[in-house]
Design a protein around this ligand. Structure first.
Ligand code: PLP
Length: 443
């Protein structure tokens, strides 16, 4: 694994270390980088997530919130590491350096939301540039790309990225960006990042392969190690874990690319606020323990639904058609799964009958959530397009939290019975409805 090299910013931090205050005390930079010794031993991810070495001047164990818009300068020419929070803030810097370590990147930038991150990334594009992306994208991603197509002269090709050959067919010297998301959501299809990245770089070495890693988080996958040039994630999801902030993070290894994206953040003012940087830092520390519990729960729930005759989409199930591909790129299956009931009204009744499962968009929270993507998160994709992309209107998405798994399964069973989706017999539940393939599932 690549160890983060000292960035120009951390060199600057070392420089200011020799500053003295008005009483002549040497002032340490406050805070220092999260991992100040690039050559030190790398621990396992669960350890790195909680391990920070802040040289705070008072030894604070948790990063202080520098709730300040401006920073006083020591000379009339300015030149101190921080001057204005739009350009940089110590709490944000600490978070960014901590995330760089976790995401195997040399540079991480933290912004106000996942869509804010994609906005910064797509500002690398010029009119006439071509983007190749998927046909089962996060709704907000679809909306931003449509805006760029209609207003900025960017050409967008939506193809089935879960088939690398479909991508290869449209790659050309004009391909400026390949934007991938895996697993897709809610269809939970897998995209072969290494094969597509290699193919794009062969035809155009300057093409940027960008991966939205929100569904897996750095706990389960590091797309920069799989050939991606830029990785971004919604920090609103697993990274923070409690649905109490919006955030977005961008990671890369090319310093020039990092500087270009930092320019946009400084120019537009979308950097993450000090308070939210603090909260995201706190959330990241428990990523491993949350994700382990969430995906263990998800696995049991997926097996429960599959054993009762529902068509379940989850890469933790051997029945997933791209099981091997997923596990060649990831260390776990994540905690989002979807299943079909065969009937839209029935799906609605199930969602509404659930009590423990909150009806909500989004995922990655400690609480379990249930939703109908075609009615909620993906409603901004029109019905015709949803149909073209073979999105079943009855699909139910489950985003599994950290509750007791037996309580979750019991609540789901009750909702299935109440909605009339299953019949209770002496030997258990049986799904009543035909699935999307028109086959009556056997229990
Ligand atoms: C939520 C999400 C986003 C957008 O992130 P926000 O923080 O809501 O702006 C992007 N991609 C995926 C896969 C997401 O789930």
């Amino acid at each position: 694994m690549a160890s983060p090299r000292a960035s120009p910013a951390s060199q600057a931090a070392n420089k200011v270390f020799t500053r003295v205050d008005l009483d002549g005390h040497a002032l340490p930079p406050s805070p220092a980088p999260s991992s100040p010794y690039p050559d030190r031993r790398r621990y396992a991810l669960a350890t790195e997530l909680v391990y920070t070495e802040s040289k705070d001047q008072y030894g604070a164990s948790s990063i202080p919130i520098y709730q300040s818009a401006t920073f006083k300068q020591t000379s009339a020419n300015g030149g101190n590491e921080y001057d204005y929070t739009r350009s940089g803030n110590p709490t944000r810097t600490h978070l960014e350096r901590h995330l760089a370590k976790i995401m195997n990147a040399t540079r991480v930038l933290a912004v106000g939301s996942g869509m804010g991150a994609l906005d910064v990334i797509t500002r690398l594009l010029k009119p006439g540039d071509e983007v190749i992306t998927g046909d089962d994208l996060y709704g907000g991603t679809n909306r931003l790309l449509t805006y760029l197509k209609n207003n900025q002269g960017v050409i967008v090709h939506h193809v089935d990225t879960t088939n690398a050959d479909c991508v290869k067919d449209v790659i050309s010297s004009k391909t400026a960006m390949v934007l991938l998301e895996t697993p897709t959501n809610p269809l939970i299809k897998i995209v072969d990042i290494p094969t597509i990245a290699r193919a794009a770089h062969e035809v155009n070495p300057k093409a940027l392969v960008v991966v939205d890693n929100t569904m897996l988080s750095p706990m389960l996958s590091n797309p920069l190690d799989l050939g991606a040039d830029i990785v971004y994630e919604s920090g609103t999801k697993y990274l923070s874990g409690h649905h109490d902030i919006m955030a977005g993070v961008i990671a890369c290894n090319d310093p020039e690319l990092g500087d270009k994206m930092y320019f946009t953040i400084n120019a537009t003012g979308c950097g993450l606020s000090p308070n939210d940087s603090f909260l995201l830092m706190r959330g990241v520390k428990t990523l491993a323990i949350r994700m382990e519990k969430q995906q263990a729960n998800a696995q049991q729930i997926a097996e429960f639904l599959e054993s009762h005759g529902f068509r379940v989409r989850y890469p933790g199930l051997k029945s997933h058609p791209q099981y091997d591909l997923h596990w060649s790129m990831a260390r776990g299956a994540g905690a989002v799964l979807s299943f079909e009931t065969g009937d839209v009204a029935l799906s609605e009744r199930i969602v509404e009958a659930a009590r423990l499962w909150g009806i909500s968009v989004s995922f990655g929270c400690v609480n379990s959530l249930i939703s109908m993507p075609c009615r909620m998160s993906h409603a901004s994709i029109d019905a015709k397009t949803r149909k073209e992309r073979q999105m079943p209107e009855d699909i139910i998405r489950l985003c599994v939290g950290i509750e007791d798994v037996n309580d979750l399964i019991e609540d789901l069973s009750r909702a299935l019975v109440q909605a009339g989706a299953v019949t209770l017999t002496l030997d258990g539940f049986h799904a009543n409805h035909v699935d999307a393939d028109g086959v009556t599932p056997s229990a």
